[in-house]
Ligand binder design. Structure first.
Ligand SMILES: Nc1ncnc2c1ncn2[C@@H]1O[C@H](COP(=O)(O)OP(=O)(O)OP(=O)(O)O)[C@@H](O)[C@H]1O
Ligand SMILES: [Mg+2]
Length: 228
């Protein structure tokens, strides 16, 4: 069953008189519990695609269905709820709140979703354990290494137990070993917790964990390669 389907998605950015067509009729389908990698040259529309799948931005035209609901039909308030509860985002530069500790960062999406204190605290502990960061719970991001920050960021993305994880070059800033640890964590999220994952990456090692690799060129899917 497809968890994510896009149909003829077009995204045009307008700035004054200039127009950039970032996506030009993009069709893709990702099955439930599938781990798909997305590749393509700079500017081909990868981040744009993730932003649309994650409800951070809206398409100019086309349909985007996630778990059967068309994101285009959601009101702004519904889209906020979707972002908070149905998807988790993992970025290249970790995107943690610098003034909050690791555990406060992980707890934040649950606060925003209105979860009670005891449920939040229980889940935060579980997540820190899961990403191997229990010992760093009270450290702020600037006291953590890049790999540690990324693991916390994965905890944040998982906080409200979304079925879909979206990641944009999650190993781009990490050294070889730390990058591998992050990819291993993605594989675990997929295999053990059944998360559907779409990850934009040029990291060649992703072929070890991805079920399929989609190639984007000029705002369209060019083709796909089976991963090894
Ligand atoms: N907010 C914006 N306003 C105007 N143009 C934009 C905006 N965001 C992206 N673009 C343009 O849309 C196109 C696709 O950008 P996008 O960020 O999706 O590419 P990408 O594949 O993620 O590239 P990279 O590999 O460099 O991250 C590019 O030409 C970019 O300049
Ligand atoms: Mg990008």
């Amino acid at each position: 069953m497809p968890n994510v389907t896009t149909k003829d998605v077009i995204k045009v950015y307008r700035a004054g008189k200039s127009e950039v067509i970032a996506l030009r009729g993009l069709d893709m389908a990702v099955s439930d519990r599938e781990l798909v990698a997305v590749r393509g040259p700079s500017g081909c529309g990868k981040t744009t695609l993730l932003n649309l799948l994650g409800g951070i931005d809206r398409p100019t035209a086309g349909r985007i269905e996630v778990n059967g609901s068309n994101l285009v039909d959601l009101s702004d308030a519904e889209l906020v709820r979707y972002r908070l509860q149905k998807v988790g985002f993992i970025f290249q530069f970790f995107n943690l709140v610098p003034t909050l500790t690791a555990e406060e960062n992980v707890e934040l999406p649950m606060r925003l979703a209105g979860k009670g204190p005891s449920a939040r605290s229980k889940r935060t502990k579980e997540l820190l354990e899961l990403v191997g960061m229990t010992k760093r719970a009270v450290h702020r991001p600037d006291e953590l290494s890049g790999g540690e920050q990324q693991r916390i960021a994965i905890g944040v993305a998982l906080a409200n137990d979304p079925s879909l994880l979206l990641a944009d070059e999650p190993t781009g800033e990490l050294d070889t070993k730390t990058g591998q640890e992050v990819l291993d964590l993605f594989q675990r999220m997929n295999q053990e917790f059944g998360k559907t994952i779409v990850v934009v990456t040029h990291d060649a090692r992703v072929s070890q964990i991805a079920h399929r690799i989609l190639e984007i060129r000029d705002g369209k899917i060019l083709g796909e390669a089976a991963a090894t």
